[in-house]
Design a protein around this ligand. Structure first.
Ligand SMILES: C[S@@+](CC[C@H](N)C(=O)[O-])C[C@H]1O[C@@H](n2cnc3c(N)ncnc32)[C@H](O)[C@@H]1O
Length: 237
């Protein structure tokens, strides 16, 4: 860790840091000091792309989480130097954050750019984008929220496309059901640059959280209430 990163952690963590300790559910309005939309970015690395996206869209709050401490210091420094107030930095495992610290329907988006590809077959189970992860993330995402993934590892891109396509909580924003053209709002990331230097192909995926599925019992209850309301209004009650 550089002296600048260590200094940023010391100075800015009390103001913009979030300890991922799994001990409490956080109030995002309180964390950001406003009730604006919140997008979670998992694995921001050194945070250059995060800072650029935050600067380009100041009305969106970015909750950026990574386990890598020098990167946390770097992103805090970038936010400070650029006068950004819409970034909060979490230090730890995004799964714990999602499972223990975020409320249902609290997120307006999820970004996962160049997650560790784990190329060896015996390590595939360590990949982040898996059905169980998506099921957890879906509970924290509002209907309409966009999940944006990108990777330069083509077998992982295929896996992402398959698990997102088959998951009932998400639908592809692309009419052809395939990868998305790289959106102009996503800057080149550090890891992406390294992949491109090696001749890798980059794929983006943009999926939408669908409306909450209604269980048959809830549906019947809803219909019953609806019928009662109708009966009452038609009798003038
Ligand atoms: C390959 S790097 C990509 C970094 C950056 N997005 C980029 O494109 O340059 C993946 C990052 O994900 C972080 N990471 C992996 N698993 C994580 C988890 N469960 N929670 C939070 N961060 C995680 C790693 O520490 C690493 O910084």
């Amino acid at each position: 860790m550089t002296a600048g990163q260590a200094d940023a952690l010391q100075r800015l963590w009390p103001k913009w840091g979030l300890d991922i300790d799994g001990q409490r559910v956080i109030d995002l309005t309180e964390l950001f000091g406003n009730a604006g939309p919140v997008v979670l970015e998992i694995g921001f690395g050194m945070g250059e792309a995060t800072a650029r996206m935050a600067a380009a869209d100041p009305d969106t709050n970015i909750l950026a989480v990574d386990v890598h401490t020098p990167g946390q210091g770097n992103l805090l420094n970038l936010a400070d130097q650029s006068g950004l107030t819409n970034i909060r930095v979490g230090n730890g495992d995004a799964i714990i954050l999602l499972r223990e610290m975020l409320s249902p329907d609290s997120l307006d988006g999820l970004r996962v750019y160049f997650p560790d590809p784990w190329p060896k077959k015996r390590h595939h189970k360590r990949r982040l984008i898996q059905p169980a992860f998506l099921t957890l993330a879906a509970t924290r995402l509002r209907p309409g929220a966009i999940v944006h993934c990108a990777t330069d590892w083509e077998p992982y891109a295929e896996q992402m496309l398959e698990v997102l396509t088959t998951h009932p909580a998400f639908e592809n924003t692309q009419p052809d059901g395939g990868f998305a053209p790289r959106p102009g709002f996503r800057p080149l990331t550090r890891f992406e640059g390294q992949g491109l230097d090696k001749g890798h192909v980059v794929n983006d995926l943009l999926f939408r959280r669908v409306q909450h599925e209604q269980h048959p019992a809830e549906h019947a209850q809803h219909e019953e209430h609806h019928q009662q309301d109708h009966d009452q209004s038609s009798t003038g009650a």
